[in-house]
Write a protein that binds this ligand. Sequence first.
Ligand SMILES: Nc1ncnc2c1ncn2[C@@H]1O[C@H](COP(=O)(O)OP(=O)(O)OP(=O)(O)O)[C@@H](O)[C@H]1O
Ligand SMILES: [Mg+2]
Length: 260
Amino acid sequence: MQNKIFDAENCVRTFGHGKKIVTAVDDVTFDIKDGEIVSLVGGSSCGKSVLAKMMLGLHKPTSGNFLYKGKPITDHKAHWREVQSVFQDPFSCFNQFFTIRSQLKAAFGIYKEKPSNAEMEERVDESLMAVNVKPSEIEGKYPFELSGGQMQRMLLARIFVLRPQVLIADEPTSMVDACVRANILDYLMKLKKELHMTIVFITHDIGLAYYVSDRLFIMHKGKIVEQGSPEEVTTKPKSEHTVQLLEDIPDVNREWIKKK
Ligand SMILES: Nc1ncnc2c1ncn2[C@@H]1O[C@H](COP(=O)(O)OP(=O)(O)OP(=O)(O)O)[C@@H](O)[C@H]1O
Ligand SMILES: [Mg+2]
């Protein structure tokens, strides 16, 4: 049996007090196994990012148990060596005053022992090529000199540099056009295949989730209302919220379901 990476049992996360209390994650129970790509799919404010932050150790559950490899998350630095994220806004993740290349190299700072300088340079080049960017294209460039789509690829390049065991990808395709989106999704699958990475992919679009995932979790108002294989969930949806998401797939992305 595959090892469990995440194991959530009756997890609840609330914010605020009294009448103003918001239940962002409402009694979820699930596991995510080593090497799986699982998508969290649901509309705005349904609790996807809060759950993602729980996986990163940034939010603790208000009640219930949330385990990473069988234990609660206590040592954040150790956790982030293994679990990394790509978030919605790539510009907020890079410092505007340093070159892209220097920041990709700085990613090695997370390791206890850094590789040699030559090895770091080589790994940065490889990572850029993996996201279809020639190293010369970003040479001497700063984040503000790149487009949103290019920056999103830089975030993914940084993941390739870091090679975490687990990647939490929160809407990593939101700022890019269909062609670049295809590359990013294929690239996520490449990370899983080549580096045996476990990936949690977060999106509004069940069509994209269908294309990349081993399993889908459908979220609505903090709850996981349905979970299963992409085929099960899309051909025999059990929840009305899944049916709604299937109806909401943007026309440009319908082809994903046909393509698989
Ligand atoms: N730090 C916080 N303090 C208070 N409320 C929060 C906090 N973070 C999230 N929430 C609330 O929790 C709910 C779920 O938010 P979350 O960010 O998880 O939504 P989401 O599913 O990621 O939505 P989107 O698709 O728009 O990114 C929302 O009602 C949000 O306002
Ligand atoms: Mg979100």
